[in-house]
Design a protein. Structure first.
Length: 173
């Protein structure tokens, strides 16, 4: 089961700060808890890479990812469409899509924490690449499966072939 997140803005008693916490969980301490301030979002991020489910050498096709929601898997596919977006709360985000008509299809979102890992912005660096990405499959807006990349080592480039990517972008999966 995917972990939902909620955003809380704590003010006016504290300086206005944004805290990301698991849905249904207050960022403020609860009875029996010892912390005095809300939980900062940076403390909620996992420091170690996610562990693959089952055989760590096994890889699934991007078209199968929607069947693994809530599980940590390694997904393989060719990136045919990319894009970037600046979020007010999350900073710069990049999207890697495996099909031109991407709505309701599995995708990879690269969070700002991982942007230092490549020589070019991810939208240029990964376009046309056959990649493997490891992480927990979650649903965005209840319909679109994704893996969020927080560390560069979550993505491995298998090959780069822009001509094949252009062909795959125009064909149905």
């Amino acid at each position: 089961m995917a972990t939902a997140l909620a955003v809380a803005v704590i003010a006016p008693t504290l300086a206005a700060e944004i805290f990301v916490v698991p849905a249904g969980r207050s960022p403020l301490s609860q009875p029996g808890e010892s912390f005095q301030r809300p939980i900062p979002a940076r403390q909620l991020l996992v420091d170690k890479p996610p562990e693959p489910v089952g055989d760590p050498e096994a890889t699934i096709a991007w078209t199968e990812a929607r069947h693994y929601v809530g599980k940590v898997v390694t997904v393989e596919g060719r990136i045919v469409k990319t894009g970037g977006f600046r979020s007010r709360h999350l900073g710069q985000l990049y999207f890697l899509n495996f099909v031109e008509r991407w709505r309701d299809e599995f995708y990879v979102v690269i969070l700002q924490d991982a942007l230092h890992g490549w020589p070019d912005p991810p939208d240029r660096y990964f376009e046309g690449a056959l990649i493997r990405v490891t992480g927990r499959v979650a649903l965005y807006r209840k319909t679109r499966p994704q893996i969020a990349v927080r560390r560069p080592e979550q993505i491995e480039i298998v090959t780069i072939d822009k001509a094949t990517a252009a062909t795959e972008a125009t064909s149905d999966h």
